[in-house]
Design a protein around this ligand. Structure first.
Ligand SMILES: Cc1ncc(COP(=O)(O)O)c(C=O)c1O
Length: 400
């Protein structure tokens, strides 16, 4: 009998974290590696937010707080939801955790019974299926093809719903594709969900502020308030506020669900860091101008990466509206041979080849549930991106 629990065999380590680690290891071993795997902004946390953390330490805000967040942070979150999303939540409808990932974990652990199904539109953020599996549920991936800009269509959602469906997870702007759902597209999904009152919606709005051009952010509980009573609206400070290491995520939702999630957290990690919570109050209530400034840079990088990749033989890349990822197709490279005579049979082989031949670390599409693609994070300097795209071109030109 194994010492390790059976549930561990159901999941795999996060492939995106694995790629970043591999890039770090190769760099430490002296290889010239450009890491394009990380899902975090290269910008530093703004000083006003850091100062708020220092002030919290000096003030002695260094003790346990209420399990699912201080009233000050919950009030700031209520204000944010009202101001930016026109969503009304009271303090007892807000939960705060150590990152958005823990919010999802708490929600699924509190609700998913063995055999319950969780619909995850694919490509999906790598952690959704594995969190569902850890909680005893069954992830149900639904293909969202490139020709629909990687977005879930109402008819595909309808076809995926069964009596066992507990949740559908929506994510816009999307990791890994950068796709942004319009309000009209969410409305069409809402119409389907209204016909299936047993299905709850977890909307992961983590990349809300990272949108370029004319696309507008929308979130489903605001688009169709009839879903408000069964929607968990999740968000966090990690991406827009460059606070990945501070570990603060939050959500608004029905009070009984929020209470159940707090019960789980009270027996696992207790409150998120008191200092990070104080910093997050400043993030949400303080100046927001730097977000637009970062977005100008992100947009320039996106445009450069898309243009360069579309000149590479075997690749094709759409221009996404948000987040900081592109999800190019490598269909034209599949079946070709590397200079060493190895056939590139999958996107896994393709990213391995990029890393070995040119020291470029990207993430294979299979990790996100849709092949043959790969994900590049452009949350790194324009210089590194230019170099990486030049290397990718050289690698692809060398394929026979
Ligand atoms: C779509 C999505 N949701 C949630 C998270 C998790 O965010 P956090 O770092 O706050 O746990 C990430 C992080 O990569 C993400 O890409």
């Amino acid at each position: 009998m194994s010492f390790l629990a059976e549930r561990l065999s159901r999941i795999k380590p996060s492939p995106t974290i694995a790629v970043s680690q591999k890039a770090r290891d190769l760099k430490a071993a002296g290889r010239d590696v450009i890491g394009l795997g990380a899902g975090e902004p290269d910008f530093d946390t703004p000083d006003n937010i850091k100062d708020a953390a220092v002030a919290a330490i000096r003030r002695g805000d260094t003790k346990y707080t209420a399990v699912d967040g201080t009233d000050a942070l919950k009030a700031a979150i209520c204000g944010k939801f009202k101001r930016e999303n026109k969503l009304d939540y009271k303090l007892d409808q807000i939960t705060v955790s150590s990152g958005g990932k823990q919010v999802i974990f708490n929600a699924l652990l509190a609700t998913v019974q063995p055999g319950d199904e969780v619909i995850v539109p694919a490509p999906f953020w790598v952690s959704y299926p594995d969190i569902a599996l850890l909680c005893g549920g069954t992830p149900v991936p639904v293909n969202c093809p490139q020709n629909n800009r990687f977005k879930l269509r109402a008819e595909d959602l309808e076809a995926a719903i069964t009596p066992k469906t507990k949740w559908v997870i929506l994510n816009s702007p999307n990791n890994p594709t950068g796709a942004v759902y319009t309000a009209a597209e969410l409305k069409a999904l809402a119409e389907v969900l209204l016909r299936h009152p047993h299905v709850w919606v977890l909307t992961d709005d983590m990349y809300e502020h990272l949108i370029y051009g004319d696309a507008k952010f929308a979130t489903i509980a605001a688009v169709d308030p009839r879903l408000y009573e069964r929607t968990l609206t999740m968000n966090g400070v990690s991406k827009a506020y460059c606070m990945t290491g501070w570990r603060i995520g939050y959500a608004g939702g029905p009070a009984p669900l929020i209470k159940a999630m707090a019960k789980i957290q009270s027996q696992s990690t207790t409150n998120p860091s008191s200092i990070s919570q104080a910093a997050s109050v400043e993030a949400l209530n303080g100046p927001q101008q730097f977000i637009a400034e970062h977005n100008v840079k992100f947009r320039e990088r996106r445009d450069m990466v898309v243009a360069m990749l579309n000149q590479v033989p075997g690749l094709s890349c759409d221009t996404p509206d948000g987040a900081f990822y592109v999800y190019p197709s490598c269909a034209g490279a599949i079946g070709r041979k590397t200079p060493q005579g190895k056939v590139v049979a999958s996107d896994d082989d393709f990213v391995t080849y990029l890393l070995e031949a040119e020291g470029v670390a990207a993430v294979q599409g299979s990790a996100f549930g849709l092949s043959p693609f790969f994900r590049i994070s452009y949350a790194t300097s324009a210089e590194a991106l230019r170099d990486a795209c030049t290397r990718i071109k050289r690698a692809c030109e060398a394929l026979k």
